[in-house]
Design a protein around this ligand. Sequence first.
Ligand SMILES: CC(C)(COP(=O)(O)OP(=O)(O)OC[C@H]1O[C@@H](n2cnc3c(N)ncnc32)[C@H](O)[C@@H]1OP(=O)(O)O)[C@@H](O)C(=O)NCCC(=O)NCCS
Length: 154
Amino acid sequence: MMMLVKVERISHLNKELLEDLIKVYLDGYSTMPYYHYKKRKDVKWYIRWLYRRDSDGIFIATYNNKPIGFIACDANWDEFLGAIHEIVVMRKFQRKGIGSKLLQTGLCYLKKKGIKLVELYVGEKNTGAIRFYKKFGFKEAGLYGIWLRMILEL
Ligand SMILES: CC(C)(COP(=O)(O)OP(=O)(O)OC[C@H]1O[C@@H](n2cnc3c(N)ncnc32)[C@H](O)[C@@H]1OP(=O)(O)O)[C@@H](O)C(=O)NCCC(=O)NCCS
């Protein structure tokens, strides 16, 4: 069955959308013991922080008009250096190409903003996500505590 999933930029982080993104985040990470915020209030603070960093850089994937995944990019990280701070898809929608769609959209956005190098930090044992990023050409660029830095030239 074809799933109609749309990817779009968020225009404003209103209360309802914030609640939806908190749900997406908590669900998407629910099987993972580390590398994420667990308390609702921390997730809320974090999503607001993502929006403050780059209010044009958040894209959501929706199914039946409900968010099921999102990516948070940052074109203001440093000169020519962009970041992907977050990407998450709800559990039952994972491995269906939605993360790829979000990542493609995010990379395209950063490129348009003049970013030449993208970095992200992924939990060193988050092998699924590491494989996912490698598929897009990201390379390992050092271990910082429990975080693996990965970079991609655009
Ligand atoms: C990482 C994540 C965003 C990927 O999204 P997704 O929609 O599941 O990814 P896709 O379906 O587009 O996967 C594309 C390819 O990446 C690789 N991949 C993705 N998830 C994988 C996993 N868990 N294990 C192994 N390979 C994986 C596969 O090669 C996959 O292609 P295939 O399904 O044809 O084999 C999603 O798994 C997720 O939300 N994980 C929890 C949050 C997280 O860890 N975020 C990253 C933080 S740095």
